[in-house]
Design a protein around this ligand. Sequence first.
Ligand code: NAI
Length: 346
Amino acid sequence: MAHLITLIPGDGIGPEVADATVRAVDATGASIEWERVEAGLHALTEQGQLIPDDVFASLEMTRVGLKGPTATPIGGGHQSINVVLRKKLGLYTNFRPVRMLPGLKTRYQDLALDLAIFRENTEDLYSGLEHEVVPGVVESLKIITQKASTKIARSAFEWSRRESRKKVVAIHKANIMKLSDGLFLKCCREVASHFPEIAYSELIVDNACMQLVMRPETFDVLVLPNLYGDIISDLAAGLVGGLGIVPGANIGDNHAIFEAVHGTAPDIAGKGLANPTALMQSAVLMLAHIGEREASTRLHNAIYRTYAERDHLTGDVGGKSSTSEFTDAVIRHLVGQTLSSVNPAP
Ligand code: NAI
């Protein structure tokens, strides 16, 4: 029976990278039926709602989504669609594997970087609880709960055990936010005590940023509250070639949405220049999540071969090819390959 997947193309370059990814996933031979729904500015214009009801209805049925980026206005306007989806569907784990692709020229190209970032996805300063106390004074509430902190810590440790990873580091600012980040650390320590084979340590977020830039190879698995996770995962993406290549997965107990880390890239939208690698790599995680392990591994290998060959890369990673030329190359590499292992999504 075909897997039913909700496809949300999104705004800006979203539809371009979504179409490219659908072509690549379909070429793996995995039996997938896409249910295409609109969310974002396009949906607002066409249907009068940023997240029309059919988006939730579809995700309720399929339980798995593949999503392109959606635009969020800065300093006002509507709430982030991602934040709404993550909270409403209880997608508490944001998982971002950060790996060096072969053939990419980056400052860190000689290091075999392989980091796994587990970002809490539903609370912290993203709770959306802001108000003006008096004119000129505003408050944003940072919510940290034992429940959500324990869940993200458990996700990180359970995945690390499954994947035989050696080290988990919790990132925090508990020297200043003693109560909120203090609670986050307390939960991480408690969970860590059940995984004696995995080395557990803690790092203050500012120091973590410096260490990541100076010696990223010393990191293995990172677990963070929402805001630090957001910032550090983009920093980590920068180590391996930028936002155009790093995948993401939002996982809850009942639903999962796979999406690229990058935004709508309005500067290149509609020009056929977008790099679809990040969404394709998110689809690699999605295929593993739904049990299509062979298709997942084949797509992973095809992406890596296209990079190793270097002939059909997009402009953001030093190439000259268009979105569709890159996609054609990936699809060519899907044919006749041997299997090698790929880390699954949590
Ligand atoms: P952005 O990620 O859209 O763009 C930053 C830079 O990276 C731009 O120069 C862009 O051309 C480049 N870039 C990003 N993705 C690329 C790709 N796949 N291929 C080639 N180049 C790529 O970040 P920005 O400009 O801060 O945000 C634009 C909009 O995207 C905002 O409305 C923001 O709220 C939204 N956004 C949405 C996200 C999501 O839905 N997951 C995540 C981040 C931002």
